[in-house]
Design a protein around this ligand. Sequence first.
Ligand code: ZN
Length: 140
Amino acid sequence: MPNRKAVQPELYSPETADNPALNGGKCRVCGYVFFPPQRYGCESCGAPPEKLAAAELRGCGRLHSYATVHLHQGKDIEAPFTVGLIVLDDGPAIRSLLTNRTDEGLAIGDRMNSVLVVAGADQDNNEMVEMRFARTEARK
Ligand SMILES: [Zn+2]
């Protein structure tokens, strides 16, 4: 297996193929959990940045909203693709590309989990992986 590298290594680890955790943060004063990580201070209680700690968030949650983009001018991604807002079980919401290219079969409230997809290779031939969210197959 080639070496794997995360496209956004500050947000997730490239090592776990299935359901990778996300790198978020937690306020040590009020317990507020946030994503993505930031160093400004707690946006809930105003605690200074030194009171913030790194926190690993589970890569699972529920689909809050989604939209399919059918026309896209950029060369970075080919339309159609679907963007979703997922409210993580650990609290914060994350906006992410979904593995579904269209919204077929999706519904608000669907269980979602994180997956890493190969997004190409860098110049040293490391496999570059990107995080997406996929509908969890077992529906309950
Ligand atoms: Zn706080």
